[in-house]
Design a binder for this molecule. Sequence first.
Ligand code: AQP
Length: 350
Amino acid sequence: MTKKRVFSGIQPTGNTHLGNYLGAIRRWAAEQADKTNFFCVVDLHSLTVPQDPAQLRHETRSMAAMLLACGIDPQQSTVFVQSHVTAHAEGCWLLNCITPLGWLQRMTQFKDKSARQESVLTGLLDYPVLMAGDILFYDADEVPVGEDQKQHVELTRDIAQRFNALYDTEFFVIPQPVIAKVAARVMGLDDPTVKMSKSLADKRGHAVRLLDSPDEILYVFKRAVTDSGREIRFADEPEKAGVNNLLSIYQAVTGKEKDAVEADFATARGYGDLKVRVAEVVIEALRPIQARHAELMADTGELDQVLAEGAARAREISQPKVDEMKHIMGLVAASVHPTSESGMPLQDRL
Ligand code: AQP
């Protein structure tokens, strides 16, 4: 049986947090043996908001190191940096030319993020088209993402279907979003009504970042917003959102069933106890990841090699796909002519 093909990406915008880990990276690592995987550090996506160049270069390596430290195995998965594979940007233009503007203006993430900025860059609006290309150029069947990205994967399906319909073809595979059963949306510890987010993670107390020290993790959990009650149980009521979030984090990290999680806290002495015990399991889960990350960053030779090999494998898949797409859309392939000065016959240059 052929293995399902998986594509997913993560932005190198720093502040990688527990939501990114539980909602995405950890699942990528856990399921990689059964699938053909492409995991991408999507640096082009991060340019949709202003970045410091030196910081972005550092964060790109650090993000790739984090993927490996979290258990992604380059023997089982292709790990690469998006800008190393030019098919992504090239193919994005082609997809732009079949995607209605209204589809992008409706995206919730665009509406949220653009409302927070004075000047909105074109790239921010266009980001979901680049993401659609990331997925479609690998013929991915599955896209494991957190709940916040579900709408973008649905847009990817719409774009693929539109292309297939316009050109009367089955060229693009229609991918499925695969959302985690537990911790699909880890909420902010300072405000359990908003999703834990990299762009809010500079505010102390909002997020647990994967590289935070044990003391910092304990501090952030101890300050987590809960309610004025004492009952430690999973609940849908809005006022229990903080406790629910803490229990969901504990459940995702320990892999226990809900009943077992509640039983663990049956004799707890209030929310203070709950917070410390959630902090403890998180600190222990992150300890080996942080150690491996430090090792990979101390000497980036191994990392650079993995990324070079990953980019080469990614190009082998995505460039022919984009070349074929250009042909379907009516673009003339570049050809090398031995007698032509520029290496290309005049009629093809015009
Ligand atoms: N809070 C979350 N809970 C569960 N999963 C989450 N993801 C993000 N936040 C949560 C998932 O992490 C993967 C990589 O995220 P990304 O870097 O591509 O996307 P992002 O949405 O930019 O990350 P953030 O943290 O939400 O940053 P902001 O909003 O500040 O840009 C994705 O699969 C995502 O679903």
